[in-house]
Design a protein around this ligand. Structure first.
Ligand code: PMV
Length: 325
């Protein structure tokens, strides 16, 4: 029997309204909904080859053979795909990122979105966008948002069936850009999979989750109406709220470095002086500065004048995950 092969690419995404904490950790059903946009120019490309003649999975990321927890996580995901297709084969998985994993950009979203497309296609399955989003969610929650195009909302749902992401506005809807300030220093910290399990230990999490529908409505409306100042206000509050939960959970998660705070403060001052910019941070010290595309050069130059900046990446709004030949 021949091997079954497929290749797909997907972008990472940046959440404007964040999720943090799961209602169900195994199925990765989040406690609250979230809104993001895909990051164009950054991508993961993944090929999956189910082969009836091999006796274990292999995983190669950026030409490096992976073992241990990374391989186990991918294998678990492939067994789930085997269960849907009814074809119980092992696979060779080959993946490459065009952005440095060490840059601290969440790579698991793009990785599991691309893997979902490639693995289902290689297994002979023909999936709808919603089905693919649900499948990607099982690999990494935020991966479900890297399946549809442009601006995306993850409806939290309550179970496997109704927890998935949909596009709320197409890629060309609004020319926002994520200017990512990569902060200097070794970022050895707790990843999001573990972090989600600590969220409930923070006394703030309940209030954050209860208020999420309000923040989602404000974020969604600001995007649909292209109202930057309304978006900026809710994006920064939402990011600060998530980090307040992280800082007050047990164990404490404090992702910020001194340079992180310098950028956050500077962005607030720049906005007061009329520049449409706001910040949001994931589970790490890098600052995502969201701006209108006409301000990219201005913002880049200003960020580079601040202390502790290692690198800057620029990502406009990106399209959906897709198959390639
Ligand atoms: O889905 P995960 O495990 O990559 O978690 C993502 C968590 C944040 O990036 C901090 C927030 C979000 O909504 O993307």
């Amino acid at each position: 029997m021949p091997p079954f092969v497929a290749t797909a690419v997907a972008h990472p995404n940046i959440a404007l309204i964040k999720y943090w904490g799961n209602r169900d950790h195994e199925l990765r059903i989040p406690e609250n909904g979230s809104i993001s946009f895909n990051l164009d120019g950054l991508y993961t490309k993944t090929s999956v080859r189910f082969d009836p003649s091999i006796e274990k999975d292999t995983l190669c990321i950026n030409d490096q053979i992976m073992d241990g927890p990374d391989l186990r996580r991918v294998s678990q995901f492939l067994r789930y795909i085997n269960g849907i297709s009814g074809k119980h084969y092992f696979a060779d998985v080959k993946s490459e990122n065009n952005f440095p994993i060490s840059a601290g950009i969440a790579s698991s979203a793009a990785a599991f979105a691309a893997l979902s497309l490639a693995a289902t296609k290689a297994a002979g399955l023909d999936m709808s966008e919603i089905e693919l989003s649900r499948i990607a969610r099982r690999g990494s929650g935020s991966a479900c948002r890297s399946i549809p195009e442009g601006f995306v909302e993850w409806k939290p749902g309550r179970d496997d069936e109704d927890s998935y992401a949909i596009s709320i506005a197409p890629t060309n809807h609004w020319d926002l850009v994520d200017v990512i300030a990569v902060v200097k220093g070794k970022h050895k910290s707790i990843g999001s999979t573990a972090g989600h399990t600590f969220a409930r230990t923070s006394p703030i999490q309940k209030a954050r989750v209860a208020d999420a529908p309000r923040r989602l409505a404000l974020g969604r409306d600001a995007i649909l109406q292209k109202d930057f100042s309304a978006l900026a206000e809710i994006v920064e509050i939402d990011s600060n709220l998530m980090h307040a939960v992280m800082m007050t959970s047990n164990p404490t998660l404090l992702y910020w470095e001194p340079a992180t705070i310098s950028i956050m403060k500077a962005v607030a001052i720049w906005r007061q002086s009329g520049i449409p910019a706001c910040y949001t941070l994931d589970a790490g010290p890098n600052v995502h500065v969201i701006v209108l595309s006409s301000y990219i050069t201005e913002i880049k130059n200003r960020i580079l004048e601040l202390p502790g900046i290692e690198n800057i990446l620029v990502a406009p709004v990106g399209g959906a995950a897709k198959f390639i030949d």
